[in-house]
Design a protein around this ligand. Sequence first.
Ligand SMILES: [Zn+2]
Length: 175
Amino acid sequence: MKNKFVLKKCEFIQSPNYDDRPKNTVVDTIIIHCISLPEGKYDNDNVNLLFLNNLNRTADPSFESLESLKVSSHILIKRTGEIIQYVPFDKRAWHAGKSEYAERENFNDFSIGIELHGSVSDEFTDNQYSSLKNLIGELKQIFPSIKDSNILGHSEIAPKRKSDPGPNFKWEKIR
Ligand SMILES: [Zn+2]
């Protein structure tokens, strides 16, 4: 699947966890997340497996709560800065969940989800910031309605449930 909604120079692995955006949706928002499984452990493939519904839920006690959870993100940025895309940008990935901000809700409908391999307790890597910044530039070309003020953290649109990307994320590096 190669079209303008799939990055040319990056690995694309199709997640089954996506569907169509509502008709005539204008994509104008980017949601920044972080994830690691188990939290703070990076030398494994678990996030990739989660997005493909292949995570072994018995591999770690913290995975039990992920039972039957079907999630995805358009993009995962690894600690090395390497980018993997899981869902074409014109499709709806399942990353935000119940969400509300500035009198809008259901952010999955009109946003691009970007997961950084990381934790709210760790620093992100320089390579991750540099890949993220380049990626945001590309996304603004594909979706001119994306403005810096619409680049939000998961914690901003779901403050009661979510704290990612957390206090260590340096917004000034990308805004
Ligand atoms: Zn998140």
